[in-house]
Ligand binder design. Structure first.
Ligand code: UDP
Length: 327
């Protein structure tokens, strides 16, 4: 039986990865310090004999007994509001945390896949973004703590590959959505759906002309699974190239939810990228992968998930001290 360590196991993507590897017959060791993750995302796995869990911060020395075949590093705050709230933890988890996990991978002779991000491209001057583009990042802007930590993570990972012959994989994840996102993490999709469910106005930041390209999580998980099992060690974009402006996206959510609320425009947060769309030629060629789920289908599944949350979860205000961000 193959063993995999998944960090960020109680988070949105980490928990779906745990499910996938359990279903594929792996022994899964989940790790999370629960700063932004939530045990309810993996509660159903605790009864499974192949699943175990460590409540641990990967920024500190990591010990896992027994053999490990694979490590997937998915621990990190991942929404702009989260990394504004906890910038130092954000920097540490992708730098010190990555270093610890690379060391663990060496000792265990395990293959490691690290979760990178389209944020390494910053506010991109090339469009769509290929893996060869180096990015346009402000290290001291509000997103710098995330972007630079992820850029450092990539540099560190490739150095272990080159110096220690470690088997490494780097996935650059573009905006992804689906069940188990936090309703109040500040990201645009849960923000809009949460506002519709609570009967609040829909808040568009800036004029809404900025674009994003949203990938449904099932597609993303499949891409990551294939990348891990491939022999490709350079960074690989995984995302859905179906690009939409935030204004049009708001219209889609309004139609989907049937809300009567109006759209209100707020200031664009500093450093908010104007456009973002992955070039996925490499994933198509190397992994034979491309996204299959249309936005209309994925949004419906996600909306159904948010609809069944409790009133308490719906009303939870995670960022009441961060109103400046939502001016
Ligand atoms: N956004 C918005 N209203 C909101 C939340 C976000 O208009 O209530 C915008 C945000 O300014 C950004 C886009 O939606 O341009 C996507 O934001 P998100 O935080 O989801 O992630 P990002 O792709 O910016 O990292």
């Amino acid at each position: 039986m193959k063993s995999v360590l998944i960090t960020g196991a109680a988070g949105f993507l980490g928990s779906h990865l745990c499910d996938r590897f359990i279903n594929e017959g792996y022994r899964v060791i989940g790790m999370d310090n629960l700063i932004t993750g939530d045990l309810k995302n993996i509660e159903h796995l605790f009864a499974h004999e192949s699943f175990s869990f460590y409540n641990h911060d990967v920024s500190s020395f990591i010990h896992v007994p027994g053999k490990l075949d694979y490590i997937l590093h998915f621990a990190s705050p991942a929404s702009p509001i989260d990394y504004l709230k906890i910038p130092i933890q954000t920097l540490k988890v992708s730098s010190l945390g990555t270093h610890n996990l690379l060391g663990l991978a060496r000792v265990k002779k395990a293959r490691i896949l690290v979760a990178s991000t389209s944020e390494v491209y910053g506010n991109p001057l090339e469009h769509p973004q290929t893996e060869e583009y180096w990015g346009n990042v402000n290290p001291v802007g509000p997103r710098g703590v995330y972007d630079e930590a992820k850029r450092f993570q990539e540099a560190m990972t490739i150095a272990y590959n080159r110096i220690h012959n470690l088997e490494t994989r780097i996935v650059r994840i573009f905006n992804t959505y689906g069940p188990r996102m936090r309703l109040n993490d500040g990201r645009v999709l849960p923000a809009f759906i949460g506002q519709a469910l609570r009967g609040e106005d829909i808040t568009i930041f800036g004029d809404g002309s900025q674009t994003r390209s949203f990938c449904f999580m099932d597609d993303l998980i499949e891409g990551i699974y294939r990348l891990l099992l491939s022999d490709y060690s350079l960074p690989m974009n995984i995302g859905n190239p179906d690009e939409i402006s935030i204004k049009d996206f708001a219209e889609e959510i309004i139609k989907l939810t049937g809300t009567n609320q109006k759209v209100v425009f707020k200031d664009l947060p500093e450093g908010d990228p104007e456009k973002r769309r992955p070039d996925i030629s490499k994933a198509k060629e190397v992994l034979g992968w491309e996204p299959k789920v249309q936005r209309s289908e994925g949004l419906k599944i996600t909306y159904d998930y948010f609809k069944q949350l409790s009133e308490e979860e719906l009303r939870k205000n995670e960022h009441k001290n961060f109103d400046a961000y939502f001016r």
